[in-house]
Design a protein around this ligand. Structure first.
Ligand code: GDP
Length: 364
């Protein structure tokens, strides 16, 4: 799972990236690792892992992770190749979700590219670049579909109509995710085209320290503007969060957070929100060698969950032994869960639930 940070220059993208990469609160076993200067892996915070660690006492604990890429350099004109525009847009295409940072803080010392603070305008500037790119995609597809539609092929006509609707929407400044299209048609004709503005988006309102808890007027504008989009809005004081993330000591960090009225670090909140946005859930494997959290789509079947570990597990899937997290905690060990008759043996149709502790049987 990969999320890309976008936004105009000077809104706090790299500060956010650094605060995530510094999030020492995460785990000593699997610290954030920076793969490239703008690419990092961050742990999905999950208190259930600690509980499982206590009960199983494994050699190691591995949390689920999300890859974060800082996509700097999006500016007005990027879709026409200005700056390093096209390259950056290519990077965005590879992500599963977009973290769109908006400057919602006043600070005369930090220059704004347009000279004044207006997060709504900023959002539009970025959106327009992304929409223009998607417009190119849809226009190409329309060219290809045209002939088949003209010769009267029913399916092609339907597709053509949907593409036209997308084109109109994009031209009117709408993102693909906000264009009203029937769910089945979307799955058939829209999703395969991998539009940038169809990706789930999380708007991160970067506020000053004093607005970290309740937001401010800029945040309200953004919330109002995106209410028809399938999007989430998160208020973060990125600057102060970055300072806090640098502190070595957990207690100290917690104290500073409480000082500004927060219960948990922004990094944790952000990752959890992104997870929800992407419709992901967690299942666990819990052996003496390793306790580990795995990421799987809500609604995934047992073989699909096995496939997250290894494609061979999915291909050769026979069955899964499943324990609900609550039962594991209640009875304290796999053996005791079995004794209590709470271990269930599930087949190919089983739909994985969040927190399931799974053990797969498979042919190789
Ligand atoms: P980027 O160009 O979007 O990556 O922006 P940066 O992260 O480099 O931030 C630009 C400038 O804004 C830097 O000087 C940061 O220290 C400052 N900055 C970032 N976040 C905040 C914030 O929440 N409040 C204030 N006052 N300054 C911030």
């Amino acid at each position: 799972m990969k999320a890309g940070i976008v936004g105009l220059p000077n809104v706090g993208k790299s500060t956010l990236f650094n605060s995530l990469s510094n999030a020492k609160a995460q785990s000593a076993n699997f610290p954030f690792c920076t793969i490239e200067p703008n690419l990092g892996v961050v742990n999905v915070p999950d208190p259930r892992l600690q509980k499982l660690e206590e009960l199983v006492n494994p050699e190691r604990v591995l949390p689920a992770t999300v890859e974060i890429v800082d996509i700097a350099g999006l500016v007005k004109g990027a879709s026409k190749g200005e700056g390093l525009g096209n390259q950056f847009l290519g990077n965005i295409r590879e992500t599963d979700a977009i973290l769109h940072v908006l400057r919602c803080f006043d600070d005369d010392n930090v220059v704004h590219v347009d000279g004044k603070i207006n997060p709504l305008n900023d959002k539009e500037t970025i959106d327009i670049e992304l929409q223009l790119k998607d417009l190119e995609t849809v226009e190409k597809k329309i060219e290809k579909t045209k002939r088949a539609a003209k010769t009267g092929q029913k399916e092609a006509q339907k597709e053509y109509a949907i593409l036209e609707k997308l084109k109109e929407g994009l031209e009117a400044g709408k993102s693909v995710r906000a264009i009203d299209i029937d769910e089945d048609d979307r799955a058939e004709f829209v999703t395969p085209l991998q539009f940038i503005t169809d990706k789930p988006v999380l708007y991160i309102c970067n506020v000053d320290e004093n607005s970290a808890v309740n937001g401010n007027a800029y945040v309200e504008q953004i919330k109002e503007a995106v209410k028809d989009e399938n999007a989430e809005v998160l208020v973060l004081a990125v600057g102060i969060e970055a300072d806090i993330a640098e502190l070595e000591d957990f207690e100290e960090r917690q104290m500073f957070l409480e000082d500004i009225g927060l219960e948990e670090a922004g990094a944790s909140k952000l990752i959890r929100t992104a997870y929800r946005l992407l419709n992901q859930q967690t299942y666990f494997t819990a052996g003496v060698k390793e306790v580990r959290a795995w990421t799987v789509k809500v609604g995934a079947t047992a073989p699909e969950a096995a496939g997250v570990i290894h494609t061979d597990f999915q291909k050769g899937f026979i069955r899964a032994e499943v324990i609900a997290y609550e039962d594991f905690v209640k009875y304290g060990s796999e053996a005791k869960v079995k004794e209590a008759g709470k271990l269930s043996v599930e087949g190919k149709e089983y739909i994985v639930k969040d927190g399931d502790i799974m053990n797969f049987r498979f042919n190789v």
